[in-house]
Design a protein around this ligand. Structure first.
Ligand SMILES: Cc1ncc(COP(=O)(O)O)c(C=O)c1O
Length: 399
């Protein structure tokens, strides 16, 4: 196997990437050659050996669980593999041991992936959904936490929040939220897809109960893979409402160990592996391991520092040109995304198109211009971005 080496600010593992600046890792990452080669090696193995390749990649996924666990400060037994972030939210929403009338707290401003499944669970299990506002945290974290406390005191079973907000890049105070939840008998569910791979996370230190994450953003894998963390005692309390054939203990034995093992009464797993009900995306998870190896070789904190230095250069140029920045003044609430509103009268849609045509990939979630560079982005890109923004602002129509 070829050894690939990641270097901060060095794009040489992305030789085919056509954009001059790819600042869209909060959207969809472009895979490195390490990632595409890892996926191809799975296809090649299956091409050559068919079913005999299966065990190889099953073992690879078990190894990968250790790596997910390291990323989020958990143990491999507390990790289950999913297709994406959303699937992880759905699994907990369906399997949580709800009682009719329970209250679940969600946030306006969140990506819908962390709202829709709770609304559906409310419909199915007779729950009440309470909406708080992510915007309150940007204004004043302490006062937002006081509002959360007041809702928790009214009684709530679960709070669902993102570790980093998708359209502002604000890093939420999840450790404080988890502590408040526990003080009032609730649990904290974290959507970590805008954090994992760029913001250090630790279940053991931050105390969240569940975490869901997909692969194609800051983990720099390809779409269709993800993982779900559930603290082990929480996992044991889940209802097996999404169980499939591989959710049973020894669920594979009847295919490998001879006659008489085909049964339907085997106990269901009491760990979060319960959610792995059937066969999965072998190539995607192999690709993801290659990407995580590169990220871990640099270290998540080091990558975050590199990205903050990028934003430290870019943000003042944007402010000088009349943009409004959502970046927190407090470094503890910053993340990989720098999100800004264009000057009054400038269309964010047209600006993003102009940047794209000039070879700069950004996103505009909820009408906010988002720059999300990662470890391969060089600080020298800032000059390219500023030059192209100036070129656009000079010719742009103003409404
Ligand atoms: C905060 C957040 N959660 C969830 C998603 C969706 O993730 P997935 O497609 O992995 O379910 C996104 C963006 O796509 C997001 O920004």
């Amino acid at each position: 196997m070829t050894e690939y080496k990641a270097r901060l600010g060095d794009r040489s593992l992305f030789p085919k990437l056509k954009y001059r600046v790819y600042a869209n890792h909060a959207g969809i990452s472009a895979p490195s050659i390490a990632v595409s080669h890892a996926a191809q090696s799975v296809y090649q193995d299956y091409e050559e050996r068919g079913v005999s390749a299966f065990l190889n990649w099953l073992l690879q996924r078990n190894r990968l669980k250790e790596k997910f666990a390291t990323l989020v400060g958990a143990t491999a037994q507390e990790i289950g593999l999913t297709q994406n972030t959303t699937r992880g939210v759905i699994d907990i929403a369906l399997c949580f041991p709800w009682n009719q009338g329970d209250r679940v707290i969600v946030f306006k401003g969140e990506f819908p992936a962390n709202v829709t499944p709770w609304q559906r669970a409310a419909e199915l299990f007779g729950l009440q959904v309470v909406y708080l506002n992510t915007a309150d945290y940007l204004t004043d974290v302490n006062s937002a936490l006081t509002t959360l406390t007041a809702e928790l005191k009214r009684g709530a079973r679960l709070v669902a929040v993102s570790a980093v907000e998708f359209q502002t890049g604000f890093q939420m105070p999840i450790a404080q939220m988890a502590a408040l939840c526990h003080e009032h008998g609730a649990q904290l569910f974290v959507d970590a897809v805008q954090a994992c791979g760029i913001v250090p996370l630790s279940a053991s230190e931050q105390g969240f109960d569940y975490l869901a994450c997909g692969s194609h953003k800051w983990l720099m894998g390809v779409e269709g893979c993800g993982f779900l963390y559930a603290q082990k005692d929480r996992a044991a309390e889940l209802k097996p409402n999404v169980a499939g054939w591989l959710s049973h203990e020894d669920g594979l034995g009847f295919l490998l160990q001879g006659e008489g093992l085909l049964r339907y009464d085997r106990p269901l797993k009491k760990s979060i592996e319960l959610i792995e009900g059937g066969n999965t995306n072998a190539a995607g998870f192999a690709a993801l391991e290659a990407s995580i190896d590169l990220i871990q070789s640099l270290g998540v904190s080091t990558i975050l520092e590199h990205v903050q230095a990028y934003h430290d250069r870019l943000e003042p140029h944007l402010l000088d040109r009349g943009f409004t920045s959502y970046r927190s003044k407090n470094p503890a609430h910053r993340s990989g995304s720098l999100c800004v509103k264009p000057p009054p009268g400038i269309s964010v849609v047209d600006l993003q198109h102009a940047l794209s045509n000039a070879g700069i990939s950004t996103a505009i979630p909820d009408g906010v211009l988002r720059f999300s560079p990662h470890w391969p982005n060089s600080h020298a890109e800032v000059e390219i971005i500023v030059t192209e923004i100036d070129a656009y602002l000079t010719r742009a129509p103003r409404s």
